[in-house]
Ligand binder design. Sequence first.
Ligand code: SAH
Ligand code: MG
Length: 198
Amino acid sequence: MKEVIMEMERYADTNNVPIIDVESIKFIMKYIKLNNVKKVLEIGTAIGYSAILMANASLDVEITTIERDEKRYREAVKNIKKCSLDKRIEVVYNDALEVNLAGYKYDLIFIDAAKGSYIKFFEKFCHYLNPGGVIITDNLKFHGLVNNKASIKTKSLRGIVDRIERYIEFLNNNQDFITKFYDIGDGLSVSIRKNNEK
Ligand code: SAH
Ligand code: MG
């Protein structure tokens, strides 16, 4: 297991796969343990790195993870098999915005895919949260570029940073959730649904 994880870290490095920062995944694993999380939905599998580590946080965690890139999807399935986690991690090969999850509910939803679609992901998937559920989002600092706009040279990068800023504003203004921002790794947000039930 440890060996497979190190191999994945090397693969990600060589192939420019943006896997999660160590401190961030540690934070999420701790959250899973402390809050007795059982069902996880992940948007953006890449090669299965974060999914495998989340499954390692606790023996009764089950994960559904969505990836739209075929090569990464195949790589993820292979890695998950190697770790014998294929009973607890299901990889869905599709665009997350196309996936139909009717009937499923999750305790934790981890958004870690195309940054331009964060608001869309949140609006779609918040309906699949269990009471007390949480949505965690990665890369809110976008490698330090959010908060350092003057240093951005290309229009497309500026576009992504604008979208992340809009997402942060969206979270701050969302009346149904309370969001805390954490300055760890590449920046994480933790959005907990307010208890509106009578
Ligand atoms: N969670 C992974 C890293 C994910 S990188 C880890 O930490 O190990 C982001 C991934 O999201 C990329 O592989 C990209 O192909 C995928 N992605 C981006 N937009 C997507 C979408 N709309 N639906 C599904 N996957 C998407
Ligand atoms: Mg990420």
